[in-house]
Design a protein around this ligand. Structure first.
Ligand SMILES: CC(=O)SCCNC(=O)CCNC(=O)[C@H](O)C(C)(C)COP(=O)(O)OP(=O)(O)OC[C@H]1O[C@@H](n2cnc3c(N)ncnc32)[C@H](O)[C@@H]1OP(=O)(O)O
Length: 420
């Protein structure tokens, strides 16, 4: 059989089999080989071994040789409106270099999306090693992360009233893990793109292999308390540097979680003020994070934006019904989906801030777009109007674009806190 999306034969250079637990080491070594062959700490390997769901993972075999890997976590993803929606977390994808560009990835994506549909999960999500790979399979970049290098020797932070009521103390990252995870869980329903973490995943936040610190300190943790209650935490490292003119150390933020504006400001003020450091590096933070509105000089923060979570609607009707819409929408979408043709055709979406319905229709279409654009717009971080300006969404009824674009939007930027 030939797939319409790729024009490739659907029987590539390998057979696909569900991963057997006893093959995990070989499977994981194949993945590392596809990523260039560098080793990994025992600590990290053990974590991923524990998190792998073998029954949801695939190996691609060429005779007796394992040449490709792909896994799928069973996540629940927060969507606009706060619902927690089942989403396959596509992960650990690799094809060894001897077998590249022969359709092995395509065959794994084909099988995986069929499986996700059978499992009844309306979404598949991933973070991409390279941005060019997954659009052809219907994934759209839906969240973005902010990277900044803040010159803390020059940039000042103005904090809101009440910040001084927050007390900070050092804690062991590992000892207070459950407490920190509880705070994280409180934030999950509040921002689309966040993942409800199952037990085990919290370990990702305190992974600290000595060989991978590259001259930085071990992971450190500071807790924020107010009125005897823990209201936030930050995990970070310090990379000391001494030059002829004195100290020039860097603070590297890993995680920061706080329950309100003053606890958050207290933690940022702490990061800005660590002695013997002159810069603060942050990666993959929310686009709308509050610290940007507290700094004296945003230009000296060197902001950059990078793609984060890619979303694929596996079941268009169920996915669009699972979220809410911040303004009323009533539109017919003409969806094109070459890789998962069961989604193609016309869908009437009606919804508002309380709920939504999305059903097949024969009515005339108001907007035409591919499933990739729907994935990009799904979490409210990429506007349908912007995609239309790029020619990727077509407005077929005047007014429909503005209505849909407003409805799909989100007051809070969607964000994925960590990779997987
Ligand atoms: C979610 C995650 O785990 S992301 C991690 C992905 N893995 C990696 O980056 C590890 C290193 N790379 C690899 O293992 C492999 O090169 C993969 C998995 C990216 C691609 O596997 P392959 O089996 O070579 O892909 P396949 O032959 O099915 O290619 C399908 C199409 O994608 C294109 N493609 C594949 N990889 C890339 C890439 N890195 N950049 C751009 N296009 C790509 C191919 O050219 C082909 O296009 P065509 O159909 O128009 O000819």
């Amino acid at each position: 059989m030939t797939t319409e999306a790729t024009g490739r034969e659907d029987s590539p250079a390998a057979d696909l089999r569900v991963l057997r637990p006893e093959d995990w080491d070989q499977w994981y070594d194949t993945l590392l080989r596809a990523f260039g062959g560098a080793g990994e700490s025992e600590e990290e390997r053990a974590l991923w071994r524990g998190l792998t769901l073998c029954e949801r993972s695939l190996g691609a075999w060429d005779g007796g040789e394992l040449v490709g890997t792909a896994g799928a976590f069973d996540f629940r993803l927060t969507v606009p409106g706060g619902a927690s929606v089942p989403a396959a977390g596509v992960t650990m994808v690799g094809v060894v270099a001897t077998h590249r560009r022969r359709g092995v990835l395509t065959s794994m994506m084909r099988r995986q999306l069929d499986d996700v549909r059978d499992w009844g999960e309306p979404l598949a999500v991933l973070t991409a090693s390279e941005a060019a790979i997954y659009g052809r399979f219907g994934y759209g970049a839906a969240t973005f992360g902010l990277t900044a290098e803040i010159d803390t020797s020059r940039v000042r932070l103005s904090v809101p009233a009440g910040t001084d009521d927050v007390r900070l103390r050092y804690a062991s990252p590992v000892d207070l893990l459950d407490l920190c995870e509880g705070l994280y869980a409180r934030k999950v329903p509040l921002r689309a793109g966040m993942l409800a973490r199952r037990p085990g995943w919290e370990q990702l936040g305190v992974l600290d292999p000595e060989g991978e610190r590259g001259g930085a300190s071990p992971l450190q943790c500071v807790i924020a308390e107010r009125g005897g209650e823990v209201v936030g935490y930050v995990r970070f490292r310090v990379r000391p540097e001494w030059t002829d003119t004195g100290h020039n150390g860097q603070v590297e933020l890993q995680d920061l979680v706080a329950v309100d504006a003053v606890s958050e400001a207290a933690l940022w003020r702490f990061l800005f003020g660590i002695d013997l450091t002159t810069s603060l590096k942050v990666r993959g933070r929310p686009l709308d994070e509050a610290w940007q509105y507290l700094v004296s000089d945003i230009r000296r923060c060197l902001l950059r934006v990078r793609d984060g979570l890619y979303v694929r609607l596996v079941d268009v009707g169920a996915a669009l019904e699972a979220r809410t819409y911040q303004a009323p929408v009533d539109v017919v979408l003409e969806v094109e989906d070459a890789f998962c043709p069961w989604n193609s055709g016309r869908w009437r979406l009606t919804g508002d801030a309380k709920g939504a319905s999305c059903v097949r229709t024969e009515d005339a279409a108001d907007l035409a777009l591919s499933v990739r654009e729907l994935g990009a717009a799904y979490l409210g971080g990429v506007s349908l109007a912007s995609l239309a300006a790029a020619g990727r969404v077509r407005e077929l009824r005047q007014g429909a674009l503005g209505e849909a674009s407003m409805g799909f939007g989100s007051a809070v930027a969607p964000w994925l806190p960590h990779g997987f």
